[in-house]
Design a protein around this ligand. Sequence first.
Ligand code: 5AD
Ligand code: SF4
Length: 469
Amino acid sequence: MENSFDIRLESLTQPPAPASAESTFAAAQPAADGPTFYLETFGCQMNEHDSEKVAGVLLSRGYQQVERPEAASLILYNTCSIREKAAQKVFSRLGVYRDMLGKDQKIGVLGCVAQQEGEEIFKRAPWVSLVCGSASYRNLPQLLAQVEAGGQRVTGLDNETDETFETQITRRDNPWRGYITIIEGCDKACTYCVVPYTRGPERSRDSARILAELRQLADFGYTEVQFLGQTVNSYRDPSPRKMRFSELLVAAAQIPGIRRVRFTTSHPSDFGRDIVEAMDANPVICNHIHLPVQSGSVRVLRAMRRTYSRGEYLEKIALIRAARRPIAVTTDIIVGFPSETETEFAETLSLLDEIRYSGMFAFKYSPRPNTPALSMPDAIPEEEKSHRLAILLERQRTIQLEDLHKLQNEIVEVHVDGKSKKPDQWYGHSSCNRVVNCTSASADLLGQYINVCVTGCTPNSLVGDHVLG
Ligand code: 5AD
Ligand code: SF4
């Protein structure tokens, strides 16, 4: 979840391996001498997938994707501002681009920092031609036309919309797991979070469009899909069909060729029994739920405006634990929210003990612009936040190791998505989204579903042997 310059830069400049001979990428190859773009992405899975759709828009306009910014006529920089000094990082990055920008090259800033800083970006970095937040991506074709016509300060900053970003082509980076955004924006108002401000109000896509996109993915050879949304389970079908989120999951699971359906991120307040029932009835829906709790303290949850108490969250966990098959639950936690006491932090630790999450993303609270928590008193010193974070990570590590040890000799189904440099070593994901490293003498397992017998573990992965037959 954390941003990393190096990883993103590398992964996004690699040419994607097609899902099949007839991938969207192959279908969209433009003439070699047309305009070119370079796209760099930071942030969450939603941002990564937005970039796949933005790339699709550019490909359909005749652009070709290149691997180095120097070779691009248009450089696009998709930014994230969820934590830390995002704007500062963007401006220093834009400085690097200014020094290398050729006469005919243009640069655009997309994503959360674009929305947050708006026209200020043109003031501080006048060499930028386009500033566009995610709620305006639907207007990208017109905005790009303006940039192509020599427009200097082209903006897409309109945030008040009920429209979603629909693309004819999506240039997918991941050949094994297809991502589909089903809901954009967020209507919750957590006091620490910039997302409602940077991504605009909640708007769901038509269920028929989502399912059509999924059928197309299956036709391209994808067997695994992940539905995306900041609060994915708050999905409300705008069409007369009025499909519930759980019904959408079931419909997706029934599409021929689809073997795994995932979804993230779920909001506890909108999590209902119907989702667990859908999972129970359809093993194609993966046994993993990412259900961020953020804190174990009732008072801190209220100050965060999370809309549930510790007890109510535990009731949702009880629903999940009552499922017919074991479902892995992962979470996000923020430590050092303003005025969080040591006792309140200890309540988060006790929640970890009580729930025993399969995985956790933990963050030090970071003050964000335009959020109510910014002006809350009693900030926690950085060293104290780091101290709490270290304690939390250590506690979770112990829990994970203990629980993973119990899986010794179990058989797990793995969707293989990579080959290690070591001979006969492969890796992939289990249905519960655990990374599994395995040994197999098979010649090519990429994209296949195999059974693996667990022989060992690390805190974050399982190790095992391919079971033939
Ligand atoms: N400070 C620290 N963590 C944050 N998150 C969101 N906003 C902040 C912030 N201001 C974390 C939450 C969320 C995850 C995506 O990022 O845990 O679930
Ligand atoms: Fe941010 Fe809260 Fe919305 Fe999640 S639910 S995106 S944390 S405001």
